[in-house]
Design a protein around this ligand. Sequence first.
Ligand SMILES: *Cc1c(COP(=O)(O)O)cnc(C)c1O
Length: 409
Amino acid sequence: MIKINENFLKLQAGYLFPEIGRRKRAFQEANPDAQIISMGIGDVTQPLAPAVIEAMKKAVDEMGRTETFRGYDDSGVGYEFLRQAIKENDFKSRGVDINVDEIFVSDGAKCDTGNMQEVFGLDNIVAVSDPVYPVYVDTNIMAGRTGGPAEQGRYEGIVYMPCTEENNFVPDLPEEKVDLIYLCFPNNPTGAVATKEQLNKWVDYARENKAIILFDAAYEAFISEADIPHSIYEIDGAKEVAIEFRSFSKSAGFTGVRCAFTVIPKQLKAYTNDGRAVEVAPIWKRRHCTKFNGVSYVTQAGAAAVYSPQGKEQNQQIIDIYMANAKLIRETLSRIGYTVYGGVNAPYIWLKTPNGVSSWEFFDILLSKAHVVGTPGAGFGSAGEGYFRLTAFATPDNVKEALERFQKV
Ligand SMILES: *Cc1c(COP(=O)(O)O)cnc(C)c1O
């Protein structure tokens, strides 16, 4: 008799975005004339930059000629031309020395942040922020590191670190000893960023406790304040204890193209049961090349064009559009009396629901009265209750219209 992997049965039904979709569809069916504006799911709306399109077209032509055709990427971890561009532009430009063989190109930071836990033992204690990007938790449930869902939808075996107004949505160090720590800055969903001092504390904690930090920097390109670190490797000693995830999805509109990368420095070690230190990078490479066969040449050519002078300029203009949306959302909502966070170094606005209404109540009110869809904070964890996430990824016209309707609610 074939047995199911029962870890999957521990996952909570009614995942956040399907439930949002269900409520949206039900409202639309009952109100066919309503023009619903979505500021819910974190997907981009601006088209790819012309420099990227041009590079991808050129790559397609190369694929159509015998002399320039390419099959499998033999390295399995990304073409050298792309990893070199990443090294120079994402790290060297910020005073960080990362080698090309410490960079692993993939088809998404979702997959990488989800898969990375596989190379670590099942008895590690995992710590996540609350609210949290659900991928970190769900992949640890699937792997069997947790019990079933307990109170407030939390799982036994996971250490939740509340992110609240009191700590500026940057988690405090846990009191218990943890081994695998997920941090995401700039943060989805709160839009918070961590300062150098705050990241320093985390790196020190990881070094003292022989822990590893999984640092999700998918929104790095949205940082606007000068003194906020873009990479965790700007912190002394981080190379020994941190893995960094980056993605072209939000920074260059690649959500439908698919390209990302992960950095694992040579110095990063984990330990065997008898205390022997083992390099993590070769193990990840082994896993990556066994379960994944590389990102398409056309896609990697497009990603490399993100670092060309035109690519940089064009993508910055797109980011400026989103961040102008964020500013407008933040300022308009503050003016009409909402308490809002984020939207300065991230394309997310984290607003406090008025009069203590719950996140889902606020969702229903906003949908029925303003025909605007956002994301209930409670969907990201129990500490998100009483909050609501709006994204700045909508078109400027939609943002303006949504804000006008907001003012009438
Ligand atoms: C969007 C997002 C990513 C990027 O995922 P891709 O798979 O690269 O599209 C990673 N982490 C967070 C927190 C995100 O919101």
